[in-house]
Design a protein around this ligand. Structure first.
Ligand SMILES: O=C[C@H](O)COP(=O)(O)O
Length: 239
């Protein structure tokens, strides 16, 4: 299946920097066979989508509310993201699970809303360091998948991202064997058509090896996605 290389810009940058980064990604996207996606902070989704108009680089949100509208101060609704040009949304990132107490049930409800409003969900799962050291990584990921993915997820083209919490922004990654083992577990759990991304300290230097692993269908890139050339190098590594 066609790899997906997604950049999660998290809560970084100014508007000017976001548009400049988008323009640099757009300029370098020619000839890359992987699907490209950038997920800017919510206020920058529309200007980045405008910068990508007519180009083969998709734009996504980093979260959406489970309701479509209402009294939810500070939140962003799925139809708003779609209206601003997004076609994907990251859901259940470990930073949201930790910062906002998002449970699997909440993530699942958000995914239902996202899918109903034209957004393809990218649902994140992954174990903490303590869970890995306790030998629980596969069980945790299996439980998160069971609890977070709604009916119809695969048919809607939903994506799962395996992001070990301890590998995010740390420069540490699981061994290739450990990534392959979790992805084999995920493949068994979600079936053959769902793209499985790896995320957690993906850089140009490790991307070729990680993206060549079985059942790794792309990457969810944080820090390295803030540098256009690094993000594009990772995308080229997807083949
Ligand atoms: O969503 C992206 C991940 O949290 C990975 O972040 P990172 O590449 O900075 O480790």
């Amino acid at each position: 299946m066609r790899p997906l290389i997604a950049g999660n810009w998290k809560m970084h940058g100014t508007l000017r920097e976001a548009v400049t980064l988008a323009e640099a990604v757009r300029a370098g996207a020619g000839g890359i066979s992987a699907e490209l996606l950038v997920c800017p902070p919510a206020p920058y989704v529309h200007p980045v989508a405008v910068a990508m108009l007519g180009q083969p680089v998709a734009v996504g949100g980093q979260d959406c509310h489970l309701a479509v509208k209402g009294a939810h101060t500070g939140d962003v609704a799925a139809p708003m993201l779609r209206d601003c040009g997004a076609t994907y949304v990251i859901l259940g990132h470990s930073e949201r699970r930790a910062d906002h107490g998002e449970t699997d049930a909440v993530v699942k409800a958000k995914a239902v809303t996202a899918m109903a409003h034209g957004l393809t969900p990218i649902i994140c799962v992954g174990e903490t360091l303590a869970q890995r050291e306790a030998g629980q990584a596969e069980a945790i990921v299996r439980a998160q998948v069971a609890g977070s993915l709604p009916d119809g997820f695969a048919a809607a083209g939903g994506v799962v991202a395996y992001e070990p919490v301890w590998a995010i922004g740390t420069g540490k990654t699981p061994s290739e064997a450990d990534i392959a083992a979790i992805h084999a577990t995920l493949r068994e759990a979600v079936g053959g058509t769902t793209r499985l991304l790896y995320g957690g300290s993906v850089k140009p230097g490790n991307a070729v090896a990680i993206l060549a692993l079985p059942h790794v269908d792309g990457a969810l890139v944080g820090g390295a996605s803030l540098v256009a050339e690094d993000f594009l190098a990772i995308a080229r590594a997807a083949g």
